[in-house]
Design a binder for this molecule. Structure first.
Ligand code: C5P
Length: 220
């Protein structure tokens, strides 16, 4: 079922962190490694999907030569790439840890440490998942991720509604072995209609298969 469903589907996936430039040597980033998104991309490529992987800066390499990689650095670049790709895609899987804010002004010379206090004015980045969720047609599926530290389910439900996603993959920073830096993850998947699926701690490659099975069985 899963192989048949994903064969020849066109899929856009985001992965990794974004870097938001402050000056030529500094940026605002986060600890995302991109492992979850890359694992999903590799699994889909094996199943015969046409995979478009929009990746923030990461040390990972794409293994399957059929995966089309779009390396980006900032949230704005990631947004542009996704908005261009999405209209022709069947599914969007937004697993990147996108920076919520970017510096309003880029300093084109290195900031010197002259002041005791330094303020960096930040402005909000566009929300890629929300943009695709609101643009999606009835034959398109949009999946988001949520990493929460408290009231996980409540926040994930709220995200699902607000961003008009079909499902949210929730991982909690409170679960040992889940989230950033680990090769394992422990997820729950929450569907738009309210159904919740819980999974035990697994390698991210196996988690990728659980996510794809869940899409094929419940959203196809
Ligand atoms: O609101 P929060 O950042 O927790 O939402 C997480 C989900 O939204 C992830 O799927 C992430 O990839 C996506 N997101 C996005 N663009 C943003 C912020 C988050 O696509 N600017």
């Amino acid at each position: 079922m899963i192989a048949e469903y994903f064969k020849s589907k066109k899929i856009v996936i985001t992965a990794g962190p974004t870097y938001e430039k402050i000056d030529p040597v500094r940026f605002i980033g986060n600890y995302s490694t991109g492992k979850m998104g890359y694992a999903i991309a590799e699994e889909l490529a094996k199943l015969g999907s046409e995979v478009h992987l929009v990746s923030g800066p990461t040390a990972l390499k794409v293994q399957n030569p059929s995966i089309k990689l779009y390396p980006v650095e900032s949230a704005l670049q990631m947004y542009d790439a996704c908005v261009n790709l999405f209209p022709d895609c069947d599914i969007a899987i937004m697993s990147a840890a996108v920076a919520d804010y970017r510096p309003k002004y880029y300093q084109d010379v290195k900031i010197k440490k002259n002041e005791e206090d330094l303020m960096i004015h930040l402005v909000k980045n566009p929300d890629i998942l929300s943009a695709l969720g609101h643009a999606k047609k009835s034959n398109q599926i949009v999946i988001g991720f949520a990493l929460e530290t408290h009231n996980e389910l409540e926040h994930a439900m709220d995200k699902l509604q607000r961003k008009q996603a079909d499902a949210i993959v929730l991982n909690s920073l409170n679960d040992p072995g889940a989230g950033f830096k680990h090769s394992t993850n422990k997820i729950s998947i929450i569907l738009k209609k309210g159904t919740i699926f819980e999974f035990p701690l697994k390698e991210k490659t196996e988690v990728a298969i659980d996510i794809l099975n869940c899409i094929a069985e419940n959203l196809a």
